[in-house]
Ligand binder design. Structure first.
Ligand code: UFG
Length: 327
């Protein structure tokens, strides 16, 4: 069985990826510092606690497990926090990823799957966002991810580090079996915040601005189910194993939903009202981020199965009612 080093395997997306990898016959080894991840979420393979900035620890883990590839999820990923504390984003995300990449290269582990983001595109008026769209991130989070994409290209040129870069749109939902799910502390993402508001775990949701240039004035995002997203990562490993060229793929469905539309759908899935108030814009938010690419479908053979808004919210709601982690 091939071993895959999964950084951030104790986090939301990484834990779902570990489940998908183990189902596909790989051994996922989680490498996570547990700053935002949860040891309880590591259920599908060995756990190695460590920080991306700790080169000695990384070297030890590469030597011990001899992974065939790296899947790199570990990152700070909150737009609001990135606006307030950009230094942490450049240090943890960029220097941390550089340290990981250097350790991988030194260990001869030259297949690399990287979680990037549509936040690297920034604001574009009436432009279809595909992989060739110019990248002008509005926040340090997006900027840090774009920088890591550049580092990967440089290491491809110098050391033949073959990579697949995924630019995620908005990831939502949870494992339908309820083994893992989305659980951040503090929570900043729309769907879990909304579910907290619905069942009274918080006073209400604040909509960050209703004065955007969209039909209902709220921001539009392209939501993709976490299980579909991680399926694409398994296909990315096949892609690299087949010796194909390094490639960038958007992972979104091409359908955009406004914050108010997500609220409406949640009302109908949960059969409960969503208490909310309208607040001001959140710094760093783009008006609209919707994928305009079918490259992942046509080239990787990726077929999203659970990415309707209804299914994503239903899966998230099931997890929300039953699941949580303890450190
Ligand atoms: N929103 C609110 N109120 C809240 C939280 C969010 O109105 O309390 C709005 C945001 O303004 C945005 C939408 O809901 O319009 C989605 O916000 P999220 O915070 O859930 O997600 P973001 O779009 O900011 O960012 C997320 C991830 C990033 C990723 C990005 C890609 O946090 O890692 O999606 O769009 F890069």
């Amino acid at each position: 069985m091939k071993t895959i080093l999964v950084t951030g395997g104790a986090g939301y997306i990484g834990s779902h990826a570990c489940k998908a990898l183990s189902r596909a016959g790989y051994t996922p080894v989680t490498y996570d510092n547990l700053v935002t991840g949860w040891q309880d979420a590591v259920k599908f393979g060995p756990f190695e606690q460590g920080d991306l900035l700790d080169r000695a620890r990384l070297d030890e883990v590469f030597t011990k497990h001899q992974p065939a590839a790296v899947m790199h999820f570990a990152a700070l990923s909150q737009v609001g926090e990135a606006m307030r504390e950009p230094g942490r984003y450049w240090s943890n995300n960029v220097t941390g990823s550089l340290t990981l990449i250097e350790a991988a290269v030194a260990a001869g582990c030259l297949d690399f799957v990287f979680s990037s983001t549509c936040a690297t595109y920034g604001e574009h008026d009436n432009v279809v966002l595909d992989e060739n769209t110019s990248q002008h991130p509005l926040n340090a989070y997006g900027a840090s991810k774009r920088a890591i994409e550049d580092i990967l290209r440089d290491f491809q040129a110098s050391h033949d580090l073959r990579h697949v870069i995924y630019r995620y749109f908005n990831v939502a939902g949870a494992d339908p079996d309820g083994e893992v799910g989305e659980f951040h502390r503090p929570e900043t993402h729309l769907v879990p915040l909304m579910l907290d508001a619905i069942d009274g775990k918080r006073d209400g949701l604040t909509i960050f601005g209703t004065d955007y240039d969209t039909p209902d004035g709220t921001c539009i995002r392209d939501y993709v189910h976490v299980c579909d997203l991680v399926d694409a990562h398994v296909l990315g490993l096949d892609w690299l194993e087949q010796g194909k060229e390094s490639r960038v793929f958007n992972l979104g469905t091409g359908s955009g939903f406004s914050v108010l539309e997500v609220i409406e759908q949640s009302k109908s899935v949960t059969n409960r009202p969503v208490p909310y108030t309208v607040g001001s814009r959140r710094a760093g938010d783009c008006t609209k981020l919707v994928s305009g690419s079918v490259r992942a479908e046509t080239e990787l053979g990726w077929k999203p199965k659970r990415s309707t808004l209804e299914t994503m919210i239903a899966d998230a709601w099931r997890w929300h009612q039953n699941g949580h982690y303890e450190k």
